[in-house]
Design a binder for this molecule. Structure first.
Ligand code: CO
Ligand code: ZN
Length: 340
């Protein structure tokens, strides 16, 4: 599981350029799936059909986004410095000093015009990327080139740190859940639901992939698996979510209210199977579940969140046990017929 997470997080994939990530996922899921397709926006849709004779199988869409936050080159000056803007929630304070890799493999470092006041905010329109060029002509970056943080995966005991844990850790949870359900099948367990594991695109720029995928699938129930910021670091927002205390069952974020039936399903399954879980009320951000919930005539939707520190930095931290318990919870939920 750790090796796959390392591969997933070290793969390049800002919004709109999820191809490399999709390739890694495809290799894992192809042997496990009944159907695989890619839609026009690049969403990877992996289906696990219900057993023959399943009564009123529910169509359940699981979503984890492949894309990560990034940058896009907007101007190259005469000395070859690259000005850029954000792709998704790329914050200045996390970007200054970072290394960025562009789609053509070129690496650059992020500098700042002038630091007059060390405590002033750091807007990214005062930043540039130095790719080692000396003039505009020898600059290997063109306007319109996408980049993303360049940072390797590390382990700190059970704490795992990498760029794009948001949301490759969710991607990992979906892959491992699909694997667990397939294993269960080979041991004689049958699937009572019609499952769509969807690896979505363009979440970070406004949950765009999940919306069209949900329109196409027309699910009865939608569940996003994404990270959630925690309240367990010095002077953090007053939130109860902590690293290592289990997957979070979302009640609310600024973009959605979870369907109470889906919340009950999650909590009852966790309690029955003795899987640790946390209650989540998130004060900032949203997920693919918002787009699924308000597609077509509306879909019952909820979220299982992996607690994560330093979200949208190049060193996002999750706990291995939370990943394992998220897989357990999702597998337990999907292994039984859903009755609501
Ligand atoms: Co995000
Ligand atoms: Zn996310």
């Amino acid at each position: 599981m750790k090796q796959l997470l390392k591969t997933l997080t070290e793969t390049f994939g800002p919004s709109g350029f999820e191809d490399e990530v999709r390739k890694v996922i495809l290799k894992e899921v192809k042997p496990l799936a009944d159907e695989v397709r890619v839609d026009a926006l690049g969403n990877l849709i992996v289906r696990k059909k219900p057993a023959k004779g399943a009564k009123n199988p529910k169509r359940i869409m699981l979503a984890a986004h492949m894309d990560e936050i990034g940058v896009i080159a907007s101007h190259i000056d005469k000395r070859g410095f690259v000005r850029f803007t954000n792709v998704g929630g790329t914050f200045g304070r996390y970007t200054l000093g970072a290394r960025v890799r562009f789609m053509n493999g070129v690496t650059g470092i992020v500098g700042y015009d002038k630091l007059e006041n060390m405590d002033a905010p750091l807007p990214i329109n005062k930043m540039y990327i130095d790719v080692g060029a000396s003039n505009k002509k020898d600059c290997p970056i063109k306007v319109g080139d996408f980049g993303a943080f360049d940072r390797s995966f590390i382990e700190m005991g059970d704490r795992l740190v990498a760029k794009s844990m948001d949301d490759r850790s969710g991607v990992l949870v979906l892959i491992e859940t699909l694997r667990a359900i397939t294993l269960r099948q080979t041991q004689g367990g049958s699937t009572q639901n019609d499952l769509y594991f969807v690896f979505t695109t363009q979440e970070e720029v406004g949950v765009r992939g999940a919306g069209v995928a949900a329109y196409g699938i027309d699910p009865d129930i939608g569940i996003a698996v994404d990270v959630t910021p925690t309240g367990d670091t010095p002077a953090s927002l007053k939130m109860v979510m902590e690293l290592g205390k289990g997957p979070c069952v979302k009640f609310r974020d600024p973009g959605m209210l979870s369907d109470p039936r889906v919340v009950d399903w999650m909590i009852q399954t966790a309690e029955k199977a003795k899987i640790p879980y946390q209650r989540e009320v998130l004060l900032v951000g949203s997920t693919d579940a918002r787009a699924i919930q308000i597609t077509r005539a509306g879909v019952m939707a909820g979220v299982i969140s992996v607690p994560c520190r330093y979200v949208h930095s190049a060193s996002e931290m999750v706990d291995l046990n939370d990943l394992k318990n998220s897989v357990k919870l999702l597998t337990a939920m999907l292994s039984k017929a859903v009755s609501f």
